[in-house]
Design a binder for this molecule. Sequence first.
Ligand code: SF4
Length: 344
Amino acid sequence: MNADPVQEIPGGDAFPSITDLGATGPAQQELHRRAWTATRSRFGDSVFVRGVVEISNHCRENCHYCGMRRENRDLKRYRGRLDSLLELLVHRRPGSITDLNLQAGEDPVAVREIAIPLIQTLRRETPLGISVCLGTLSKDLSAELLEAGATTYIIKFESSQEALYRSFEAPGTLAERLSHIRWLAGNGWNVSSGFISGLPGQGIEGLLGDIQAALDLPLIGCSVSPFVPGESTPLRDASSGGFDPTLNAMALLRILRPDWVIPAVSALNIVGADLGYRGGLRAGANLCTINLTPTEMRGDYLLYKRDRFIMDEDRVLSAIAQEGLTVSRKSLAAFLAAQTQDHS
Ligand code: SF4
């Protein structure tokens, strides 16, 4: 199913290359134009729109790039209330969303007490497709989520460089993370992954390696998130990842995998002042996310900083319209189910 990630292109250079990743000016415009064309050829003008609810900020992991790491003792921890989340998602969700992503720190308690019953009810009472982003869980708990009705697991490998992965205390070992991604994909899940662009010490070669690593995995999609130094993390004084390399990495993924689901991430608004999120749509993204986390919990979901740039429905719909795109009426889950059927 995976395309060969390294292609020989006329002219003899390997693609993708460090030159492609560092493209600026007309070369970058051409790269993004190719990504845009590849996206439109496969998906037309429509973009998937999902909601996300951050159900818990408890986390047993300690990633240096994240404010929710277990050693951040200053963070007020929360778990959402099942009844109020259900009321929101069954009766008051935006009409534009076709799918929902449930996200949390690595918190098995929230998976059992909130995610699984929430998914069971949502599958009964709504047509929403459901994805989860809940960390590395036991195989039994993963199977329970699938049984409840979630179909896509989002699990980022963050960095393909073993030494960086270890030094930033990312979950387990890199080998275990990659192996878990493969296990999920072999056990009924659509798996989407992701990596961080501009992690301290990564280098442009490292970013190229991350693209290669993503292409080697059995994925249905992949995100590229610019590094943002979190205020309550050991990396608080580091520089942010660059906007251009992040967009270029997205564009390269899109050109190499026209079939993938590639999200525009809200952190693009932090590192890409004027264009921000819309730059992601121009560079091949075909998935937008509306943040539905109740306001009283949102500030404590501390990926980076407290003054998060929240993508609400108005901002997402406006970005889509400004780029001349439309909202897909077909859910991402239905699209992926049809894709699986075509390949079987
Ligand atoms: S990135 Fe995820 S696993 Fe790592 S500390 Fe943050 S919430 Fe936990």
